[in-house]
Design a protein around this ligand. Sequence first.
Ligand code: TRP
Length: 331
Amino acid sequence: METVLSGIRPTGNLHLGNYFGAVKNFLKMQETHRCFFFIADYHSLTTHPNPSDLHGNVKQVLAEYLAAGLDPEKATLYVQSDLPEIAELYLFLNMNAYVGELERVTTFKEKVRKQPDNVNAGLLTYPTLMAADIIIHRADKVPVGKDQEQHLEMARTFARRFNRMYKQEYFPIPNAFNFGEELVKIPGLDGSGKMGKSEGEGNAVFLVDDAKTIRKKVMRAVTDSGPTEPNQPKPEAIQNLFTLMQVVSEPEIISHFDEQYNTCAIRYGDLKKQLAEDINTFVTPLRERILDIKANDAYLSKVARLGAEKARESARQTIREVREIIGFRPF
Ligand code: TRP
């Protein structure tokens, strides 16, 4: 069975775009593959988060993915810093990673621009750490978005280099996981592009948003002055609202507003009110589950322990073999 692995940044909350994108795919993959999903809290140190935030962020992310349906029995769900083996493999990989190639990574150059006062070595070696994450479980498939493709390419380079250096095909070369066409792109509320937390305040609806917040965001969504002729194609901002309806509203409701649009009788205020209500109906059980799980420290700690146990078993074996291959021998 193929091994799939993905890291999750412990920043921010899940929004509907994440939910219908990455999360839905994790849920599918956990049924069919040997899956490792982990919260990348080592990585988060490259931007120096406040120690008082770190644990809370990890907890929030863990609770949200559990609430969304990740199953700790089916997938191995763990916190990166529970696996010191990753740090050890990172050290080994860094010995064969070249400063020149790391300096050329786009995300590194971006960070240099964004945080010029904190260009730390962890930032430079972010791709080596990510490679260690992936190959510690000898993963075959990594579901990555566009922004992570270069990092995955580096992981492939480091895995190949290790194999070549020690003259054996020890690490499988990880490939990108392709989701296929069925992936729904959830648009944001600002009239263009997809939902994202960096797209500005109010563009994304988060799973933890309450009814009032959802309503406020949806009512402020970008629209226009309305159709002037019947049966015209919808401009992007309007189509976006219909696309959102597609994932949260009943078909009759969608065809009702569709007809209203096509006969130029539509009132965007009514559509938004309905959309806000349907988003809230959809999100409410998730929001409640997140809050329940967050309040249940015993459960969270059980999940984290189980995950760490399963993940360490796999990681320990790799480290044992890697040490042997590199030439470290016990006296
Ligand atoms: N760098 C990834 C991101 O920013 C998170 C991540 C860390 C990751 N380690 C990984 C993703 C290993 C896939 C595999 O989203």
